[in-house]
Design a protein around this ligand. Structure first.
Ligand code: ADP
Ligand code: ZN
Length: 517
């Protein structure tokens, strides 16, 4: 398992598995015949690519789309994996390189279109190439009754018999008939290990709240669930300790857990949590891997997780027994800044960094969602679902308003001060608050000084947070805390795009809806 995670990180650049991936990777790596049904976009390719790296020999990948094959090969090669394709679109050099790698026993993944199986030479080639696994993408193409039928897919069964190696089949089409046909044609009717993954965990209630007073918000969430086992995830080790203490002071059995504790103490917390009822563990993300407790009733985040995948994985620890479970995720502008700068300061190459920003954006979009959260979460993982009725936004739909004018004011405050300041100073500027810094920089002379008097500070914090969430602004990686505007803000500044904001997160904790000043 740790080896899988190492490869996931070092080769693919992901910190955690998507839902379902870990089990499939494990089964495929062990050489079991498998059939995995996952929604499109769910991350199927990783489920054969990673095992191919773990296993000795070559994995043959049968895929119907040449363009997709070439994309995957390029991606793998860029990550340092020896992969190649034999397709009709190959240049002679590409084909030579593949044969060369095979003869040197260096090739790990060999992509091939099904048509290729029709030529007699292919079987010989594969026999001599040290093939130890066959992976079949879009396995439903073997179904004669489906609309994607590819006659050459019928040859895959033959290939499996000839090579006598395990086969892993993948598809997004889950209906019973297609499944039966795949089993018949690819596995000769011997049922493979089957993974049918919907990503939905309907018993888990989803909720987010803007950070107001995180300690009190967590305390009151826990107080309403007294006596139930729960996990609070926090971003720093120090915070796990102070929060655990606050919970104990409020009468809860609570302990902290983080990577800085010695192994013995950590095992003790895991043992206690597993065996006792009603314990609260306040932990960094280090907690959870080894925990298999079916009746965790709630999971709270005192700080924003780092990606939508982490969020899903962490809340997914609740309610494994299928009984109702509750979650609450707090988020604030500081979290967003922290997570962005962690990405920017990381050592990852630039395209990986921008993918990480994308995964964070997806989570921020979910935090400030305008409709059903489950729908938005599952859409991200490629699954369609109606509004769920079991999330905070289904219960209380958010109030939206046209926030374009506020956003323009904020953007122009950023631009007029040279993109050198953080939201604190910008809010003072917008609200016309005379601070030393404003005076020193003569920012009271700017036309934006005081244009945002009609909103109080909290309201402006929420506007900035939503702007970060919408990726209209980003922290400057070179200058601590300073905000820069992004490409996405340009159409807004040109007056070509409107921005909808959520009123309810704006009002969090404010007693006066409009401040008179
Ligand atoms: P599918 O074949 O199931 O439609 P892909 O294998 O093309 O999906 O994966 C869809 C997207 O998900 C890709 O952009 C891939 O990089 C991304 N992805 C896959 N696994 C992970 C993961 N564990 N964490 C983050 N992103 C992932
Ligand atoms: Zn919902």
């Amino acid at each position: 398992m740790p080896r899988d995670l190492d490869l996931l990180k070092s080769v693919f650049g992901f910190d955690e598995f998507r839902p379902g991936q870990a089990e499939i990777v494990e089964a495929v790596s062990r050489g079991e015949n498998t059939l995995a049904i996952m929604p499109t976009g769910g991350g199927k390719s990783l489920c054969f690519q990673l095992p191919a790296l773990i296993r000795d020999g070559v994995t043959v990948v049968i895929s119907p789309l040449i363009a997709l094959m070439r994309d995957q090969v390029r991606g793998l090669q860029a990550a340092g994996v020896n992969a190649g394709a034999l397709t009709s679109g190959n240049t002679q050099d590409e084909t030579d390189a593949v044969f060369d790698a095979i003869s040197r026993d260096e090739l790990k993944l060999l992509y091939m279109a099904p048509e290729r199986l029709a030529s007699g030479g292919t079987l010989n080639l594969l026999r001599n190439a040290g093939v130890t696994m066959i992976a079949v993408d879009e396995a439903h193409c073997v179904s004669q009754w489906g609309h994607d039928f590819r006659p050459d897919y019928l040859r895959i069964g033959e290939l499996r018999r000839a090579l006598d190696v395990p086969l892993a089949a993948f598809t997004a089409t889950a209906d019973e008939e297609t499944r039966a046909e795949i089993i018949q044609k690819l596995f000769d009717g011997a049922p493979p290990r089957t993974f049918l993954h919907g990503f939905d965990r309907p018993n888990i209630h989803l909720a987010f709240a803007a950070k107001d007073s995180p300690r009190n918000q967590i305390l009151s969430f826990a107080a309403a669930r007294k006596g139930q086992s729960g996990i609070v995830y926090s971003a720093t080790r120090a915070r796990t300790e102070t929060l655990a203490k606050a919970l104990r002071d409020a009468g809860h059995p609570a302990v902290h857990y983080h990577g800085g504790m010695d192994a013995e103490d950590r095992r003790e917390v895991e043992r206690q949590f597993q065996q006792e009822d009603g314990l609260i563990v306040v932990a960094t993300v280090a907690f959870g891997m080894g925990v298999d407790k079916p009746d965790i009733r709630w999971v709270a985040h005192s700080d924003l997780p780092k990606s939508i995948e982490s969020y899903y994985q962490e809340i997914g620890r609740a309610g494994r027994d299928g009984a109702p479970a509750d979650t609450l995720t707090l988020f604030g502008a500081d979290d967003i800044r922290l997570r962005r700068s962690q990405i920017d300061e990381g050592l990852a190459p630039s395209e990986r960094r921008s993918a990480d920003h994308g995964r964070l954006n997806a989570l921020l979009g979910l935090a400030e969602a305008h409709g059903c959260r489950r729908q938005q979460l599952l859409t991200y993982f490629g699954e369609d679902t109606p509004a769920c009725g079991n999330c905070d936004l289904c219960t209380a739909p958010p109030d939206l308003f046209d926030g374009t004018v506020d956003v323009m004011k904020a953007l122009s405050a950023i631009l007029r001060t040279g993109e050198c300041f953080g939201s604190g100073h910008l809010i003072d500027l917008l609200r016309g608050t005379m601070t030393d810094r404003i005076r020193d920089r003569c920012h009271d002379q700017l036309p934006t000084f005081g244009v945002g008097k009609d909103h109080d500070k909290r309201m402006w914090q929420a506007v900035f947070r939503q702007m970060l969430g919408l990726d209209l602004v980003r922290p400057d990686p070179e200058r601590h805390g300073a905000l820069r505007i992004t490409e996405k803000a340009h159409p807004v500044l040109r007056g070509e795009a409107q921005v909808e904001l959520r009123r309810d997160t704006l009002k969090t904790g404010t007693r006066r809806p409009t401040a008179k000043m």
